[in-house]
Design a protein around this ligand. Structure first.
Ligand SMILES: C[S@@+](CC[C@H](N)C(=O)[O-])C[C@H]1O[C@@H](n2cnc3c(N)ncnc32)[C@H](O)[C@@H]1O
Length: 366
């Protein structure tokens, strides 16, 4: 979110009559499939996730499942040549803002929307959706490049945005991990973090044959609804805690938090956090960290099981302190009765209970 928006093009040129004619031509019953087909006018870049969704019935279904309301402001990420964009523009939505990284796609969607007389409803933002500040929106509807799924969802859910729902087409396996519940074989940090702030559900599966060029993977449409009330936890602390827990999700929590390296890492961090808290007294540092997480950070909320690395070592004089610190961690685990449990089997309430006990003992993750 730190980088400036590279350019914004707003179009206010069309007449309403032209929009109505255009709107009529997007329903699958009246539009020939050729309207969505790719004519090969330039090379599509697979590393940019440029797989265009060309099945009009699937495109119509996505807009239907998004349940747009009269007057909605819609955010689309990666409009490509505009197959979804034109349907969003023809819906009840008042306006669509679309963020596209590839200038060739920006030109393609601009020309198409101009020709349909719908440009007055579209704001096209040329830039990287992970870095670019989004305008206000009510709903996000997008067939996104799958490579940015995790940072984009982190930005939507842990950034400053307030919106009703995001209806996103995602890689099928990623979608399954996103909606997994505690105890499911796919349950993971991503799902735990999303569950903390939102409800996520699968809407439908989409075959890879509905895209051009055909990708290696199938897709699923997912709806993510942020909860109205913010959870009663410092989210930056929670995200750092789940990183520690799920880094080795097949180990028990007792085994994870007994490791010398982990204890030393937490010891150093907790002492650093104490110093930061004292120097920041009354400063509201938690929320500032969260804003950074929305885009300036690595945006990771758990799609990769990564272990934090730590290269520090305790000096002799610290050894006793570290031993006492280790005992505090063990004490918190014991009173939670979760030492023998794997994080992937636990609900967020159980994990949150453990985090609170650890925090009470002065153990900090952020
Ligand atoms: C999967 S295609 C979807 C195209 C179109 N929405 C459709 O359904 O046919 C993803 C689009 O996102 C664009 N894109 C890739 N990375 C992006 C990023 N970081 N920010 C914004 N757009 C990006 C690609 O150029 C491409 O147009």
């Amino acid at each position: 979110m730190n980088r400036a928006v590279s350019s914004i093009r707003s179009h206010h040129v069309a007449r309403l009559g032209a929009s109505r004619t255009a709107a009529a031509s997007f329903s699958s019953s009246s539009s020939p499939e050729a309207a969505e087909a790719w004519d090969g006018r330039f090379r599509l870049h697979k590393p940019r996730g440029q797989h265009l969704l060309t099945n009009p019935r699937v495109l119509d279904a996505i807009v239907r499942r998004a349940a747009l309301r009269q007057g909605d402001a819609v955010l689309e990420v990666g409009p490509g040549t505009g197959n979804l964009t034109v349907r969003l523009l023809a819906s009840a939505a008042a306006r669509v803002s679309a963020v596209e990284i590839d200038p060739r796609m920006v030109d393609a969607v601009t020309a198409r929307v101009d020709a349909l007389g719908l440009a007055h409803k579209l704001t096209l933002i040329a830039g990287d959706a992970v870095e670019t500040e989004f305008p206000e929106f009510d709903v996000c509807v997008a067939n996104i490049p799958y490579g940015i799924s995790s940072p984009l969802i982190a930005k939507l859910l842990f950034g400053p945005y307030r919106f009703r729902a995001a209806t996103l087409l995602l890689q099928k396996e990623f979608a399954r991990r996103l909606v997994a519940a505690p105890g499911d074989s796919e349950y993971n940090r991503l799902a735990a973090n999303v569950r903390m702030v939102a409800d996520a559900r699968l809407l439908m599966d989409v075959s890879k044959r509905d895209f051009v060029p055909v990708p290696k993977v199938d897709s699923s449409l997912v709806e993510i609804r942020p909860r109205a009330a913010a959870p009663d936890v410092d989210l930056a602390e929670w995200l750092a805690f789940t990183r520690a827990c799920f880094g080795q999700k097949n180990k028990t929590l007792g085994a994870i938090f007994k490791q010398k390296r982990k204890v030393l890492e937490l010891f150093t961090r907790s002492h650093g956090a104490d110093e930061r808290r004292h120097s920041n007294a009354g400063g509201g540092g938690g929320s500032r960290r969260l804003v950074a997480l929305g885009g300036g950070d690595d945006g990771d909320i758990g799609d990769s099981d990564c272990n934090g690395s730590y290269d520090g070592a305790a000096s002799f004089s610290e050894e006793e302190e570290v031993t006492a610190f280790k005992a505090k961690i063990a004490g918190a685990l014991e009173s939670s009765e979760l030492a023998g449990k794997r994080p992937s089997k636990l609900s967020n309430d159980e994990l949150l209970h453990l985090l609170r006990l650890l925090n009470e003992q002065g153990v900090r993750f952020q």
